[in-house]
Structures are given as structure tokens and as C-alpha cells.
Write a protein that binds this ligand. Structure first.
Ligand SMILES: [Fe+2]
Length: 383
């Protein structure tokens, strides 16, 4: 056992070698037992990782299963120097080891989430021109999106062609069988209820696609005077309320995976997944709710009874008036929505009081996640 000399809280105070690896104690008292093979395969040494790309060049799966740490020293800079039974030597920064312990799986988006209900009055806002002109405004948009899953956009041009350059400030638009940008307005031969004047209950878009649309960028070009309000629900807030009020129902919805299906002349789209999807850490990572396209598998009747009861309890939360934020978009308004978190819908509208014309496009999750993390690094925002 050796003592590190650095006074930093993030430095390593002690490192104790045991039969299975090394127990590390940081200066703030946190401790963690690291497996010897974990420490060996993760080494940043040039004979383990290519210095340019950071990618591993040895085959980790064939490292000796009985590898041992033969020496560990908390060095003067508060890091950890190691020697292994196969002759390898490496050094870890204390902050890197601590980050691996505190964040074992990557965030989809960085930052803390704020759950909200229909009483929310401070959803983040983005200004169209600022986002086009300044990367800082793009980052503020993405940080807001990470926090609440919904950002209102103001001062968009009231003409076609304005949405694409806005979305492309974040990244490439997802092309589907409907193209890059979809018009949402009444049409003569509707291929979907979206392009009728009917009301639409809360839903996420297109869970039948793989990958599902990660984010929705939307602009309003025309709005009927009567009806047509947009409705928004924080699916994560509803899921957490269900977890508290009915843990058994919550669990069923994380386990049963209905199929979502959409078919038209030139497309057959189907994909299965649970209504509430958890991350490896148990946190809610995705909500699926799409009544129009859901097809439940013919499971054992007892299992289905549990599922239907749980789905009804979840829908009761999702449809509750106090959970729903109602917004009347005006021409020039827009929204960016996390389609894995926030459900959207609309009230019915009267086409006799004016056209309702929205346009939207989709973006994949890796595009948005990466853009936020790169900008946070560039602007020095941590966390
Ligand atoms: Fe939709």
C-alpha cells in the first residue's frame, strides 16, 4: 500500500493489490475494486492502444484469464501506476478511473434531465436566426433538448425551405420512404391519420422503424383558427410516476414487447419493443406509445391480462389533463422533440377556418448525441 502525494480530491490516496486486482481509494473516500484483467485490457499504453486513434490493437479476449497485478503505486500526481504478471506496465489518471466507475455506460445526451407535466412554463426556447449564426445557440438548443426533451423554436421563416438549414445546424436529416421533410396537412387520399383533420392522441412517431426516429424537427407554416392545438406529454415523467404508483405494472411494460407496424403500397415497416425501455442502470431510456400501430403478441392470457392492465394504467397517466401541455403553434413557430421521450398529439381542427400546415423531419439519435458532446467539449461545458 502506498500513499499518493497530491491533495486533490480526485487523486488516488491508496492502492491495495489483492488476488483479483486492485482496490483503489480516492481522496474523497470513495473506493472501488478493479479486476486485474479490466485494468490490463483498458491500458492506454502504445502496445495496447494505437496512440493516434486510441483504438485497442491487442485482442482483449485472449489475454490470460489468470493475469495478476504484481505492483500498484499511487504516484505523486495522484494517478495509478501498475505492473502485470505478463510484463505489461501502464498508468491511469485518477479522474479516468473515477469516471469509469461513476459513469459505466455512456449518456445518450449529456446533462441532467428535468421531468415536467402540463404546468411547465419554462420549456427551453431557441431563436431560428441565432441557431443558424452561432454554434453557442446550437449548443443551448441541444442542452435544452437533453434536459426537457422539448424545445420551442421562434422566428422561423414562414416559407418552405426554412426547416432544413435549421435542422442541418445539428446534423444530417434522416431520409425515410417519405423523403427528408414531410408535410403535415390535409390531403385528398390520406396515407395516415396525420394528414386528416382528426385529433391525434399522444403518441411517439414511427416506432415501427429501425432505428426509430430519434428527434423530430417541426415548423408551422399555416394554422387554422379553430382547433389544431399541439399537445405534448413528458413520457419519462409519466413512466416515473407509474414506477412509484404501480411498480408491478411498470415492470410488465419493460418486459412485454409489442410489435409496431405500418404498411403501404411500397413499404412494410415493423419493429418490436417495450412501452418502457430501461437502460442498463435501470433508468428510463425510451418510451413507446403508438396506439395506431401497436400489435400485441398473443401471449399467455395471464400475461396479457397483466399487460393490458399495465398499459391502461400508463395510458391513464399519459392522457391525464394535468400531464398535458397544450400549445397553439403560429406560423413561424417550431419545435424540436425527443421522440424517445416526449409524446405529441393534436386537437381536431376545422379546415373551414384555415389550412393547418406543418412540416417536419427526423434525425437519428447518434447524430444529435455526438453534436451535443462535441460542442460541450468545444465550449468547455462538463458533465
Ligand atoms: Fe406524430
Amino acid at each position: 500500500m502506498r500513499n499518493g502525494a497530491s491533495g486533490s480530491d480526485i487523486a488516488i490516496a491508496e492502492a491495495e493489490v489483492g488476488p483479483s486486482g486492485v482496490t483503489v481509494v480516492w481522496h474523497d473516500g470513495r473506493r472501488h475494486a478493479f479486476h486485474a484483467l479490466w485494468l490490463r485490457e483498458r491500458s492506454d499504453s502504445p502496445d495496447n492502444r494505437d496512440p493516434g486513434t486510441g483504438l485497442r490493437v491487442t485482442q482483449a479476449a485472449f489475454l490470460p484469464l489468470d493475469i495478476r497485478v504484481t505492483a500498484a503505486e499511487a504516484d505523486e500526481d495522484g494517478g495509478l501506476s501498475l505492473q502485470f504478471s505478463d510484463g505489461h506496465a501502464c498508468r491511469y489518471e485518477a479522474r479516468d478511473l473515477l469516471a469509469a466507475v461513476t459513469r459505466p455506460w455512456p449518456d445518450d445526451m449529456a446533462g441532467v434531465k428535468t421531468l415536467w407535466d402540463g404546468a411547465v412554463r419554462d420549456l427551453p426556447e431557441a431563436n431560428y436566426r441565432h441557431v443558424l449564426e452561432a454554434e453557442g445557440a446550437v449548443l443551448n438548443l441541444l442542452d435544452g433538448l437533453a434536459r426537457t426533451g422539448a424545445v420551442m423554436v421562434r422566428d422561423m421563416p414562414v416559407e418552405e425551405g426554412g426547416l432544413e438549414p435549421f435542422a442541418e445546424r445539428v446534423g444530417p436529416i434522416r431520409t425515410t420512404n417519405w423523403g427528408r421533410v414531410t408535410d403535415v396537412r390535409c390531403i385528398a387520399n390520406p396515407y395516415d391519420l396525420t394528414v386528416t383533420p382528426r385529433s391525434l392522441s399522444p403518441h411517439v412517431d414511427n416506432p415501427y422503424r429501425l432505428p426509430g426516429p430519434g428527434y423530430i424537427f417541426l415548423e408551422c407554416l399555416e394554422m387554422s383558427e379553430r382547433g389544431g392545438e399541439s399537445t405534448l406529454v413528458d413520457g419519462f415523467c409519466a413512466a416515473e410516476r407509474l414506477r412509484r404508483s404501480d411498480p408491478a405494472a411498470f415492470q410488465v411494460l419493460t418486459q412485454v414487447a409489442p410489435t409496431f407496424r405500418h404498411a403501404e403500397d411500397e413499404a412494410i415497416l415493423e419493429h418490436a419493443g417495450p412501452l418502457i425501455e430501461l437502460g442498463y442502470d435501470g433508468s428510463v431510456r425510451r418510451v413507446r406509445f403508438s396506439n395506431r400501430t401497436e400489435q400485441v403478441p398473443p401471449l399467455d392470457p395471464d400475461r396479457l391480462s397483466a399487460y393490458y392492465g399495465a398499459r391502461q394504467a400508463f395510458a391513464g397517466l399519459l392522457f391525464a389533463p394535468d400531464m398535458t401541455l397544450t400549445v397553439k403553434l403560429r406560423p413561424g413557430d417550431g419545435m424540436v422533440l425527443d421522440n424517445f421521450r416526449v409524446l405529441h398529439g393534436r386537437t381536431a381542427f376545422d379546415p373551414a377556418t384555415g389550412d393547418r400546415h406543418l412540416r417536419h423531419c427526423y434525425m437519428d439519435r447518434d447524430v444529435v448525441s455526438s453534436r451535443q458532446k462535441v460542442l460541450r467539449r468545444r465550449f468547455g461545458r462538463s458533465g
